[in-house]
Design a binder for this molecule. Structure first.
Ligand code: TYD
Ligand code: MG
Length: 459
């Protein structure tokens, strides 16, 4: 087209270049350039003003007249999601939900339309599925929502004019990468289009008090496709994670202006949609193998909840010149650190073995309180000595091999007791301060030498 030229934009900082670059000269990000189209004539300020983002009316308010925010929150009908949002969907907020294709974003959002659509007007805009496809899915999910409106449209100007007619309280845009604006000449999904569409919807949320939920695709690196500023523009970024081959899904707040980012929501994908899992520990321990070496239970705190999970380690003689270390659900560097401590302090030889670590159920553990359990699972697999099934290990490991105290000890021990564990390994420091819990014997651990006696011999 005349007047258009191809440019390359850095997805991180929006630095524009006429040529593709491997490294951004502005923010130093590697491989962050995507192709876009720009109008060669500089857009006049008048044209800028017609941008949909500035369509809503706004005026400055004297600071003294500003009211302290009394957030109006609406329950979504899924308490697991409400908790991640900080207690429900806030009126006038913009939430971005990201996740891999097929993970269940559209399913989740359609399900919340049922509860939201009873008291509020909900406009579900889909740029990916037809009205009849959505209807079919809604019937399966038993979504009634008498106040639910479905719009299959990708042009943001049309979406906004339809929204003006319907006057919804909640707008769901599934997905922001499929939508485009007339004033941007590049294709849908390009950095400038994603930004413009998001700005328009966020502007509407802020000026009219509508809750806006945007669905964002992820790129091949796992980040949210589109400009990085998208994450700065919204009030909350929720990531929908999970292994598609398994039925469990975890929703986690990466950013939340209205609540904690530590909370997680756990769901299970069933043939009638997503089911909430109120007791993740029970779910994670459901298929727990018993009486086998290499397994150890740990307790991690996710937000306000203790979650018991099982670590599995497999240590086998290597056939590779450099032994393999694979960890699933546990930080790779943490794995290497624990292996190094075990080699140095206990003289255990892992250097001739491949090491595979896994957290059952697809949970990601990033709390050092699981170190002790990881170390035990590793030693158990290497030596082929079993860890009693009734035992759970809690504690952080330092570089000297010392076992360091952790927080929320009583909460963790109570959760372990609830699930039927009887023996808890605790750092000495925590063991002294932890109140007695019925049915639990606490074993203080000063350093990693102390854990060896809990491994049972070959039998
Ligand atoms: P979907 O919500 O469309 O994922 P996304 O919007 O994140 O791309 O669908 C997720 C998958 O879940 C899809 O492959 C089919 C499956 N599914 C079920 O197993 N049960 C159900 O009730 C529904 C609606 C979908
Ligand atoms: Mg979808």
């Amino acid at each position: 087209m005349k007047g258009l030229k191809t440019v390359y934009i850095c997805e991180r900082c929006e630095y524009t270049s006429a040529k593709w670059l491997g490294k951004c000269p502005k923010c130093n990000a590697w491989n962050s350039f995507v192709e876009d189209v720009e109008e060669s004539a500089p857009s006049s300020s008048a044209q800028k003003r017609t941008s949909v983002a500035y369509a809503g009316e706004s005026h400055a308010t004297a600071f003294s007249e500003l009211e302290a925010p009394a957030y109006i929150r609406s329950a979504t009908g899924l308490s697991e999601l409400d908790r991640v949002l900080g207690g429900g969907l806030v009126a006038g907020s913009a939430v971005l939900i990201s996740g891999e294709p097929g993970i269940g974003k559209s399913t989740l959002l359609l399900q919340i339309c049922d509860t939201l659509g009873r008291e509020k007007k909900v406009l579900y805009v889909s740029g990916e599925e037809s009205g009849s496809q959505i209807k079919l899915r809604a019937e399966r999910l038993k979504v009634l929502g008498s106040n639910l409106y479905i719009l299959t449209e990708t042009n943001i100007e049309n979406i906004l004019s339809e929204a003006k007619k319907i006057e919804p309280d909640v707008i769901i845009a599934d997905s922001v990468q499929t939508m485009y604006s007339d004033i941007i000449s590049s294709s849908p999904g390009s950095v400038s289009n994603v930004k413009e569409v998001a700005l328009a919807l966020i502007g509407k949320a802020k000026t009219e008090g509508i809750s806006v939920i945007l669905v964002g695709h992820v790129n091949k690196e796992g980040g949210i496709a589109g400009p990085k500023v998208l994450e700065h523009m919204v009030d909350a970024v929720l990531n929908f994670e999970g292994d598609k081959r398994q039925s469990y899904r975890i929703i986690r707040a990466q950013k939340n202006r209205f609540g904690s980012t530590n909370e997680i929501g756990v769901f299970e994908m069933t043939d009638v949609g997503l089911r909430q899992v109120a007791n993740p520990s029970e779910m994670l321990l459901a298929d727990r193998p018993t009486d086998i070496s290499g397994n150890c239970a740990v307790c991690t705190i996710e937000g306000s909840r203790p979650i018991v999970a099982e670590i599995q380690a497999l240590v086998t003689p290597t056939v590779f010149p450099a032994p393999r270390r694979t960890s699933n659900g546990i930080d790779y560097n943490r794995t290497c650190l624990i292996l190094a401590v075990l080699e140095k302090r206990l003289g255990l030889k892992f250097s001739g073995s491949d090491v595979y670590l896994n957290v059952i159920g697809g949970l990601e553990i990033d709390e050092p309180a699981s170190d002790l359990g990881i170390a035990m699972a590793l030693i158990s697999s290497l030596t082929d000595k079993k860890i009693p099934d009734s035992l759970i290990a809690i504690g952080e490991i330092g570089l000297a091999g010392e076992c360091r105290g952790v927080s929320h000890v009583e909460q963790r021990v109570r959760e372990a007791a609830r699930l039927g564990f009887t023996d808890v390994l605790l750092p000495t420091h925590n063991a002294q301060s932890c109140p007695a819990v019925d049915g639990i014997t606490v074993h203080p651990v000063k350093n990693i030498y102390d854990i060896l006696k809990f491994l049972k011999g070959n039998n």
